[in-house]
Unconditional design. Structure first.
Length: 155
């Protein structure tokens, strides 16, 4: 399941919703990204994420489907916020559930590596000296490349 929304989310409630009444799940892995108060040594007062409605959801659905093809998951969830956010606020939640922990960890890492590089979001950080659009980092591209040759994990 994917959601792109302006509203904050309750991490515990989202995880509980994914696992409710399920006894086939042996592992749940979650990652929550939050807004930092500094970047490149400067204080950040607001981070704004923009996206292309329709295209963003379609691309997140595609990558979630790919994760479910590569790994045997009992469930997955991606929530990504957009709009202005303050330091300490939630940005993104990725949850994967599977019978085994390695599967859940790898699938969550795969989804996050994609979100950091290829998801159609644009980030602007603002502080006392104005705002700046943030470019992708080379380290994020390197992290994503490892999945290009990775095979589906057998259970």
């Amino acid at each position: 399941m994917i959601r792109v929304q302006q509203e904050n989310f309750d991490i515990g409630a989202e995880i509980e919703g994914l696992r409710a009444d399920r006894t086939d799940i042996g592992a749940i892995v979650s990652f929550t990204g939050t807004v930092r108060d500094t970047a490149k040594g400067a204080t950040i007062s607001t981070m704004t994420l923009e996206h292309y409605p329709g295209m963003t959801e379609k691309e997140l659905e595609r990558i979630e489907a790919e994760a479910n093809e590569r790994w045997s998951l009992q469930g997955s969830l991606i929530i990504h916020r957009y709009g202005p956010m303050k330091p300490g606020e939630n940005i993104v939640l990725v949850v994967t559930a599977s019978a085994h922990r390695q599967t859940a960890f790898e699938a969550a890492e795969f989804l996050m590596d994609f979100l950091k590089t290829n998801a159609p979001f644009w980030k602007k950080e603002e502080g006392k000296d104005g705002g700046e659009w943030v470019d992708a980092r080379e380290s994020d591209d390197v992290a994503l490349k490892r999945w290009e040759t990775a095979e589906k994990v057998a259970e």
